[in-house]
Structures are given as C-alpha cells and as structure tokens.
Design a protein around this ligand. Structure first.
Ligand code: AMP
Length: 314
C-alpha cells in the first residue's frame, strides 16, 4: 500500500525536509507543520526541517526553518498541498534523495517518487491527520492545532461542499486532543481595519453580469490608498460570495513591482472554474482556483471566459 511505502520511506531517512506551496494559506502551513512536528516528536533523533518563503501574516501559525542547500544532501523531501512543481516554495526541493508528494488538488502534475493524492479530501490537513493516525505517529495538542487550522482554512469554516462527515469526525478528534478552537477560529477570521475597508470597497469595484458572473480588479494604487499589502488583499477573495445572485467570481489583484500583471483568484458556487484557471498559468480545485494574467487585457479575457461558463451552467 502506498501509505505504508511512505511510512517505510520516512523511517529510513535521518533528514526530512517538508515543503508546501508559495503564497501559503492555512492548509499549506497547517499540513506542513503537522507532519513536521509529528515527525520530530515521533523520531527525536531525526532532523526535520520546514522549508519555504515568507509566511506573511500567518506567522502566528507557523515559521520556517533556515534551510540551506547542503541540508538536502541525503535527505527525504516531502511536499504537501502543492499541485505542481512551479508552485513549490523553496527552490531546492529537488535536491534531496527522494521526493514524496502529499496533496488534495487534481493530480495534473505527477511529480515525485511517491505520490499520495486524494482529490476529494477537504484539505491536505485532513489527509495528514489520517496518515499520522494510521502510522501511529504522535498527534498531540500542537499537531492538532496545526491540522485544525488547515481544515478550517480550506473548508471556509466547514462551509464548502468538500466538507464531509469524515471532516467533522476529524474535527471531533481534534477537540478531544484539546485543539484550541476559539483561538484558531478567531485568528483565522480576524482582519485588520484596513483589510475590512478593502472588503467593503470591493462591493464598489465589483461588476456583476446578468448571468451571475462577477469580477473586481484591485490595483496597487487601491491597496496603497488603504494601506493593505498585496498578501493581505487575499482577505477579500471570498467576499463577493456573500451576495445573492453571484454565482462565480474572479478577483484580480495587481502584483507588486518588480512583478507585473495580476494574480487571479477564481471562486464558484457551482460552475467548474479550475479548467479556466488552467488556461492562464494556474489551477486548483473545481470551485476555488488561482491563476496569473500578464495584463489587463488578459484579465478581460478571463472575465469573458467566466461569463461564458456561468451562462452555460445556468
Ligand atoms: P487562491 O485563490 O490563491 O486562494 O488559490 C485557490 C486554490 O487554487 C488553492 O488551492 C491554491 O493552491 C490553488 N492555486 C492558486 N494558484 C495556483 C496556480 N498558479 N497553479 C495551481 N494552483 C493554484
């Protein structure tokens, strides 16, 4: 069985480096932290490192280790929650001896020597709980906190349809393990006053087509006016979904110089949008995806494609 093969591989290596995707969300950080902490506690003699770039405002959830190129010599690398290699955060991920992918996104890029991908899992953190439990590895309060944060993040607080009875069963286990639900729920839903202002101004920027497709373009000038960083702009991504009649939407956030173009966030209440994201250097889940647009013209193309898909769905 693949899960047993992964366990045996983990047992074999003295040095294990865990990666996740760039622009990390709570699930990327939660699943990375959960396996890293559990391995440290289960195998105190092994060296376990967490690799990747800035965690931004999520530094209350996790912090990265200082990982150098030499660390990869003779190591096992595990990449969590990352669909494709360009999205892996930490450029040396391929310098280890052996690579394992653990994920819940559509498996379009089958990288790694071993892969464990469950597309229907609510989150990578949910998969991580099941793996650690089946291997009898340590799941204590700290590990439970990381897993809970990941599940809450990727299910939108148990709201999205990827949430299953099993997701709730795991949440129940996590409560028994004394995961700090009030603190984590509060941290995950907290925004700064500036982010709250951006959230409300999105209703001004938002354009809504008769079909129920909606879109908003947020420029660097908009962000600067409100004192919101590009990373913090992510807080507005789910906002249009609260509106009656909005079926699927796109938020385009202008990238910060020296980068150019727009980061695209697709969300949907029904029509499948990851096929659209794939056309624009992106991908993700059927109802929540990300992509990139080189300029405003590509953003307009993205909007036209979205309208088309929503019209056909209706
Ligand atoms: P985001 O809109 O950034 O919150 O991303 C929504 C979902 O799409 C997450 O599961 C991401 O991991 C995934 N995603 C975002 N950007 C990309 C991309 N460029 N390629 C593949 N998947 C992506």
């Amino acid at each position: 069985m693949i899960t047993e093969e992964i366990k045996t591989t983990i047992e074999k290596y003295d040095k294990i480096i865990v990666h996740r995707h760039a622009n990390p969300d709570p699930d990327a950080l939660g699943s990375q932290r959960a396996i890293a902490l559990s391995l440290r506690k289960t195998f105190p003699n092994k060296t376990i490192l967490m690799a990747g770039n800035s965690v931004g405002d999520l530094n209350w959830l996790s912090e990265m280790d200082n990982v150098t190129e030499e660390d990869y010599q003779g190591s096992l690398v595990i990449v969590v929650d990352t669909a494709n290699t360009p999205r892996i955060s930490g450029e040396d991920y391929d310098k280890g001896d052996f690579l394992i992918k653990i994920d819940h996104h559509p498996d379009n890029d089958q990288y790694g020597d071993l892969r464990y991908v469950l597309e229907h899992a609510s989150s990578c953190s949910e998969i991580m709980f099941d793996l650690l439990q089946s291997w009898n590895f340590v799941i204590d309060e700290e590990v439970a906190n990381a897993i809970y944060a990941g599940i809450v993040g990727d299910t939108g607080r148990f709201m999205y349809d990827s949430t299953s009875a099993h997701t709730f069963a795991i949440a129940s286990h996590l409560m028994e393990l004394k995961a700090d639900l009030p603190r984590i729920n509060q941290r995950l839903s907290e925004v700064t006053l500036q982010q709250a202002k951006l959230q409300s101004s999105v209703y001004d920027y938002l354009q809504i087509d008769d079909s129920g497709a909606a879109w908003a373009i947020i420029t660097q000038a908009d962000l600067q006016k409100l004192g919101v960083t590009t990373e913090q702009a992510h807080a507005v991504v789910s906002t249009p979904g609260r509106l009656k009649g909005v079926v699927s939407w796109v938020i385009a956030v202008e990238k910060q110089a020296p980068e150019t173009g727009f980061r695209i966030h697709y969300r949907s209440k029904g029509p499948v949008i990851n096929t659209l994201a794939m056309k624009h250097d992106g991908g993700g889940h059927m109802l929540a995806s990300g992509a990139n647009a080189a300029d405003e013209q590509e953003v307009q193309t993205i909007v036209s494609e979205l309208i088309e898909v929503v019209k056909n769905y209706k």
